[in-house]
Design a protein around this ligand. Structure first.
Ligand code: SF4
Length: 212
């Protein structure tokens, strides 16, 4: 099986098992997803979702965030950890969106990563989930599972992103990433992947069958 064939097999298998491929962060507009994703660094999506209703009620748009008091944003986002840096980034990225992008969240990776506190992972999430473009969100689940499957052989997020952009159908890449997160929580968990009940057992490079 070639890498491309394995990628196609994994894409189909994941799609069948997890037909719903959605981001687990709650949001109603592009800026809210950008803010929620910034808060999700080293924090669970569930905890972010507990914090963002109050945050988005207090700051309903980019102008409100851009003119926010740092201490006030800090007090709301404190449960997400690294609250000082996260709050400062949210305010500054909002100012930059107003100054350089006319108040609109950019739709391409280069412009997104030019914003304070926005890395490639966040940029890909915005490009894929908001603008419906091909994207690869190289989060911890995706990196682990695609290494196990034998699609990549690196832990470097940027290398994983670029390699998967070569291997995956562009129309499926964004959903593939969301599905890997679901699979990483349900079956292919970090410490002990449940290979015996995995629907990718037959072709996964790391399945016990392949190692025999
Ligand atoms: S066969 Fe095992 S290692 Fe491979 S994807 Fe499934 S659970 Fe993960």
């Amino acid at each position: 099986m070639t890498e491309k064939q394995r990628a196609a097999a994994a894409t189909e298998a994941l799609k069948k098992e997890y037909p719903e491929a959605v981001c687990s962060l709650d949001y109603t507009d592009p800026l809210q997803l950008l803010v929620a994703t910034r808060l999700s660094a080293q924090c669970t999506d569930a905890r972010v979702n507990l914090v963002t209703p109050e945050l988005f009620e207090k700051y309903p748009d980019v102008n409100a965030f851009a003119h926010a008091e740092l201490a006030d944003v800090e007090s709301v986002v404190r449960p997400c950890g690294f609250f000082h840096t996260k709050a400062a980034d949210i305010i500054e990225m909002s100012r930059q969106i107003i100054e350089r992008f006319d108040g609109r969240v950019p739709d391409n990776i280069d412009d997104l990563i030019s914003l304070q506190g926005v890395g490639r992972k966040t940029a890909n999430l915005i490009v894929g989930d908001i603008y419906g473009k091909p994207a690869v969100v190289a989060d911890t689940h995706l990196i682990r599972i695609t290494n196990l499957l034998g699609l990549v052989a690196t832990k470097d997020p940027k290398k994983v992103e670029f390699k998967l952009k070569e291997l995956l159908d562009p129309a499926e890449s964004n959903d593939f990433c969301h599905r890997c997160v679901l699979h990483g929580r349900a079956v292919c968990v970090a410490r002990r992947p449940a290979c015996e009940k995995c629907f990718m057992y037959e072709f996964c490079r790391n399945s016990p069958k392949k190692q025999r």
